[in-house]
Design a protein around this ligand. Structure first.
Ligand code: BJW
Length: 235
């Protein structure tokens, strides 16, 4: 791999699993017997806002209690030391990449520690609960919802992501099952523009066959090893 090349990294729930945050599609991935598909939709929110707000109030508290693990630390190191372009596109709503020190991070599915007012469109940093319908700090309406991209909604900053994928020389996917689009299609997009592709995961993802290389194991081991390897080659 030559110097100053462009890297796009996609992360999913698996990178935060060793920080104690549950993944979505593992055997323990249910929340009070609800599948994520049943709580993470605008329809579910209209049908039962209290259930959905409680789901995210619990998730918000869990995010605040979690700490970055060696996989987040390694990506933060790469972000600091990599002289080429780099973009960490995360599907995760936690802020563990940022708390580890990474700066070039894009939250395509929104952020757990942000509330969005559907009345005035303002977004606010949020660490408390939303189920008691607090007023929006900007307009006063009781119209705050989690600032999260649900099924059927458009993920954030897709133009930026697809532009980065088109320029990528390397695409790496870490800890994601490849079950949810458009993220699951990024590997094919990057491949179509000539990028080398690598998957780091505990088990093969649904789109594993699209990757040039797959390494299986826990992110806390595989990611620091890969980052070290990349930076050594760069020297
Ligand atoms: C470890 C590990 C360790 C564990 N170390 N690894 C039919 C066909 C195709 C598409 C569609 C379709 N019908 C509908 C769609 C579209 C739909 C979709 O994809 N549905 C699927 C169910 C099929 N997608 C959407 O609606 C999206 N919007 C959209 O498409 O807009 C139109 C558009 C078109 C074109 C371009 C752009 C836009 C929106 C999707 C929103 C997803 N939202 C959620 C919830 C919100 C966030 C939250 O609450 O946190 O996002 S769903 C949930 O899944 C969450 C996650 O970000 C997402 C992905 O999950 P992830 O991260 O992969 O987690 P898991 O649990 O699935 O996997 C964990 C992995 O980690 C596993 O592989 C483990 O092995 C591994 N692992 N421990 C390493 N220690």
């Amino acid at each position: 791999m030559a110097a100053h090349r462009n890297i796009v990294i996609l992360t999913g729930a698996g990178i935060s699993a060793e920080s104690g945050l549950r993944t979505f599609r593992a055997a323990d991935g249910l929340w009070e017997d609800h599948r994520v598909e049943d709580v993470a939709t605008p329809q579910a929110f209209r049908r039962d806002p209290d259930l959905v707000q409680r789901f995210y109030d619990v998730r918000r508290a869990n995010i605040l209690a979690a700490q970055p693990n060696p996989a987040h630390d390694a990506l933060a190191r790469l972000d600091r030391e990599w002289r080429g372009e780099l973009l960490i596109v995360t599907q995760n709503i936690d802020d563990l990449h940022e708390r580890a020190g990474a700066r070039r991070v894009l939250h395509m599915h929104g952020e757990g520690l942000s509330a969005w007012c559907t009345a005035c469109d303002a977004r606010h940093p949020w660490t408390g609960i939303l189920r008691d319908e607090p007023p929006c700090p900007a307009c006063g309406a009781a119209a705050l919802r989690p600032d999260i991209v649900w099924f059927g909604e458009m993920p954030y900053r897709m133009d930026e992501t697809f532009a980065a994928l088109a320029r990528a020389d390397v695409f790496v996917s870490i800890g994601t099952s490849g079950a949810v689009y458009p993220a699951a299609g990024f590997v094919q997009e990057a491949t179509s523009h000539g990028a080398a592709t690598l998957e780091l995961n505990l088990e093969r993802s649904q789109g594993s066959r699209w990757f040039d290389e797959t390494r299986l194991g826990p992110a806390s081991e595989l990611v620091p090893e890969w980052v070290e390897e990349l930076l050594q080659r760069e020297d």
